[in-house]
Design a protein around this ligand. Structure first.
Ligand code: NAI
Length: 211
């Protein structure tokens, strides 16, 4: 099967495999059976085998999976063997928190700049990442060949920003603004809505058996 045909459900599980395998490597675990992996991750062993079979398998009968090898293979599948240049739009609480998050660098995401419309913020650096005037964003994206843009502004401004990003050639947007963006078919938007997750938790909390 070509990787193009892999279902979104599988794609959404890959980061979890990657994270758990990374944890196992930190604990110096060298190999693991699909049953053991299943106990830790919470997917069935057959689900894990099926998921990984989409990409060629990797396990060996009677041996299980070589943790480091599988972690590396999944990192290749996810595209983590490359570096990605990123920018953050909106240098407020969230934008600055993302810029301060040093683990992005370790995973290959380099935040090159923040952009904002508040002149008081221009020139300020978060770690060594400078906040620029939105007026320069088009030129910056073109010259620095930016791959990923992270929107951390209010929902009212998010669509206008997305339009500017698309006009400058951005094809991958990580959207934190609580709104659904309209973009051309060639542009990917991944929404992150912490509040939706909190609402789900609240629902489950209120419908628990003992409530
Ligand atoms: P904030 O008010 O601290 O920062 C927003 C920044 O965006 C400000 O510096 C403002 O000057 C800038 N801005 C406004 N319009 C702009 C434009 N057109 N172009 C460039 N910059 C512009 O807000 P905060 O707390 O950082 O939240 C930002 C957004 O992230 C909000 O929409 C909030 O709802 C959302 N949010 C989303 C979360 C999630 O899970 N997705 C979690 C927390 C916040």
């Amino acid at each position: 099967m070509s990787e193009k045909n892999v279902s979104m459900a599988v794609v959404r599980r890959l980061p979890k495999y990657y994270r758990y395998l990374g944890d196992l490597m930190d604990r110096d675990v060298k190999r693991i059976s699909s049953k053991e992996l299943s106990d830790i991750i919470g997917f069935t062993a057959s689900q894990i085998r099926q998921d990984l079979n989409n990409f060629g398998g990797f396990g060996q009968q009677g041996y299980g999976y070589n943790v480091e090898e599988l972690h590396f293979e999944i990192s290749k599948i996810l595209g983590l063997t490359k570096q990605y240049k990123c920018i953050i739009i909106g240098a407020g609480n969230l934008g600055q928190a993302l810029a301060n998050y040093t683990n992005f660098n370790k995973s290959g995401y380099e935040v090159k700049a923040l952009f904002d419309i508040n002149p008081k913020l221009f020139g300020i650096k978060i770690r060594d990442i400078e906040i620029y005037d939105m007026d320069y964003i088009h030129k910056f994206i073109k010259e620095d060949l930016i791959d990923i843009a992270m929107i951390c502004t209010s929902k009212d401004s998010a669509q206008g920003i997305a339009d500017k990003l698309v006009a400058a050639g951005i094809e991958a947007i990580w959207n934190f603004a609580p709104t659904d963006l309209k973009v051309p078919d060639n542009v990917l938007v991944e929404n992150v809505h912490l509040v939706e997750s909190l609402l789900t938790l609240t629902y489950l909390y209120n419908t628990k058996d003992n409530k």
